[in-house]
Structures are given as C-alpha cells and as structure tokens.
Design a protein around this ligand. Structure first.
Ligand SMILES: Cc1cc2nc3c(=O)[nH]c(=O)nc-3n(C[C@H](O)[C@H](O)[C@H](O)COP(=O)(O)OP(=O)(O)OC[C@H]3O[C@@H](n4cnc5c(N)ncnc54)[C@H](O)[C@@H]3O)c2cc1C
Length: 304
C-alpha cells in the first residue's frame, strides 16, 4: 500500500502498487473490481481475509491502483477486512490479485452505439465503478461530451460525497450531469443541493423533476430513452429497481426477469452491482414478487 488518504473518519482512498501487473494494457475495464486482502496479524488464528473491491482509477492511468473504501463500523464477519486495512502504514504490504473481474461495465451492458441517456445511481462507495468509467472517458478524450451521462450520488452528509470537487470540475468541463444528494440535511445547514436518499429521485412524485432536468417530456424517463446503472448496498438497488418497474425498466437478472414474467426478447434496461449480501428481490416470497409482477406486466403492456 503506497498511501492512504482520509476523506473522513470512515472513508479513505487507498493507493496500491501491485508487484506485477498483467502484460496486456489496459489490464482492466472501467467498472471492474479485483480482490484485495490481508492476514490478521494480531489474531493469526483467524487467518487471512479477502474481499472484492471496485477499482476507482481509470484503466488508462499508470501508477498505483486506487480504491475508495468505507471502514465498516459494525462488520458482519468474524474476520473483517476493513478494520485491518486501516491498521496499515504507508509502504506496508497487502494482498492484491491483479486480475480484474466483473461485467458491470459499459461494454458488457449496452452496445457502443447505444445513444440513450446513461443514469448512474450511486450510494456511498457505490460511486467507484462510475468514477472509473467517467475518468476513463475523460482520459481518452479530455473534451469528451458527457451531456448524456447522469451521475446521482447519495450519502448521509455532504462531506461523505467523495470526489465531489473532481466531479464538479468534470461536470463544468465535460457537461456531466452530476447531482449529489444527502439524506441527513438537518445536520448540514450549509448544504444547498438535493436532499433525500439517492433512490428518492425515482419516487413517482419526483421523477418529473428528474425528467425536466434531463430535458425529457413527461413520461420520457423510460427504457426507450434511458438506461440505468445502480451500485451500492442492496437497499438502494431494491428501491430503485422497484420504483422503475412502473416505467417498464427491466432488471438485468435472469431470475428476477423470470419471476416477474418478462419475455426473453425484452432487453434489460437496469444493471446493478450489489456490495451487500442480501438478495435484491426475494423471488421466493410470493408476497414480494406477486405485486411486482403485476406492476411489471402493466408497464410492459403499456409499451406494446
Ligand atoms: C463487486 C464488489 C465491489 C466492491 N467494491 C467496494 C468498494 O469499491 N469500496 C468499498 O468500500 N466496498 C466495496 N465492496 C464491499 C467489500 O467487498 C466489503 O464487503 C466491505 O469492504 C466490507 O468488508 P469487511 O470484511 O470489512 O466487513 P464484513 O464483515 O464483510 O461486513 C459486511 C457488512 O458491511 C456492509 N458493507 C459492505 N460494503 C459496504 C460499503 N462499501 N459501505 C457500507 N456498508 C458496506 C455489508 O452490507 C455488510 O452488512 C465491494 C463488494 C463487491 C461485491
């Protein structure tokens, strides 16, 4: 680990220099993750722990690999990674498998010629894959026009909206539509941006506001005009997917599609990367699935 930069008490950027990188360059695609880990030195009986971590740096950039990590205050596991990560000093060794994995990338989700608006929904460190994607566009073309890219980033407090000044700069230079939203505005009276959780942008009463910001007509926020990407904890993904069902957005999950009765020829329009461990939709619970299935069928029949 080359360096840790603390953005808050619990949110830090880790710069890691692997001993070896694959010869092929770039060796990953924006949106992918790799596995990092540590041995538990203080409690060796617990052994080592490894976790997937999205790559924040763009593939085109040389130098150390960047990760943006939240220190978990109340971990679930017996031997959690993040408390160990925060004990590292600059220069300490750690495990990083320099093999990129994952299909939460632009090329694995939509065809290159797809001109629909790309709405990226990030909760907390769920920003990371989108940060790499946006940085990659700007690395390849500093004048890239990102006016059809939309980044919605949610956090509890303004200070938790990591990388905000860089994103505001890209927004000014490359027309990225970037809106941060905070869910505890009462504790941040200086905040003048959006309030509420990031998924609240998609509540029926607020969707019209997003449509007008994006220059869409009423009802225009639909899979014909928009493709949605979500990254973060399960709750954000579940509520965004659920809200968007009424607009005919189809999640990219074979099991959810089947449970909601979506025909195979209807292409997916919501893609997600889940940092949590819970199922996004409990397809085995009829009380959950049945109402969603009815709403999905109603939305799809309107499209026909
Ligand atoms: C593909 C993928 C990419 C990931 N990329 C990142 C990343 O870029 N940055 C990052 O901080 N984490 C990321 N994670 C989460 C990471 O793998 C670990 O789960 C997280 O660091 C907690 O590990 P732990 O061992 O300390 O805690 P554990 O004992 O494993 O506790 C996990 C608990 O923390 C919650 N949790 C996990 N990640 C977060 C988070 N980021 N913010 C808030 N709560 C969380 C889980 O829901 C669960 O309740 C990613 C996960 C996946 C599956």
């Amino acid at each position: 680990m080359v360096e840790r930069v603390d953005l808050t008490d619990a949110l830090s950027i880790f710069y890691v220099r692997p001993d070896r990188l694959p010869r092929k360059r770039p060796w990953f695609t924006a949106g992918q993750y790799c596995v990092i880990g540590l041995n538990n030195v203080e409690k060796p009986e617990l052994g080592s722990v490894r976790r997937p971590m999205s790559i924040a740096s763009p593939p085109e950039r040389g130098g150390p690999i960047e990760f943006y990590v939240r220190r978990i205050a109340r971990p679930d596991s017996q031997n959690p990674l993040t408390p160990l990560l925060w004990k590292l000093e600059n220069g300490d060794r750690m495990y990083m498998r320099a093999v990129a994995a994952g299909v939460f990338t632009m090329k694995d989700t939509v065809v290159q010629s797809d001109s629909r608006i790309r709405v990226m929904v990030a909760a907390g460190t769920g920003l990371v894959p989108f940060l790499s994607m946006i940085r990659s566009e700007v690395c390849r073309n500093p004048h890239a026009d990102l006016s059809r890219w939309v980044l919605l980033h949610g956090a509890s407090y303004p200070r938790d909206l990591g990388y905000r000044s860089e994103l505001l700069d890209i927004s000014a230079a490359n027309q990225l539509n970037y809106w941060g939203t905070v869910s505890r505005p009462a504790e941040a009276p200086e905040w003048t941006g959006d309030v509420g959780r990031v998924d609240s942008f998609f509540e029926a009463a607020r969707l019209r506001d997003l449509e007008s910001r994006l220059g869409l007509s009423s009802g225009g926020f639909n899979p014909g005009n928009v493709v949605v990407y979500i990254c973060g904890l399960t709750g954000t993904i579940t509520s965004t997917i659920t809200a968007l069902i009424d607009r005919g957005f189809v999640p990219n999950s074979a099991r959810i599609r089947e449970a909601l009765g979506v025909a195979p020829e209807i292409r997916a329009s919501v893609f997600y990367e889940d940092y949590g461990a819970e199922p996004v939709i409990d397809i085995n619970d009829p009380l959950v699935v049945e109402p969603l299935r009815v709403r999905m069928q109603a939305a799809l029949s309107l499209d026909r």
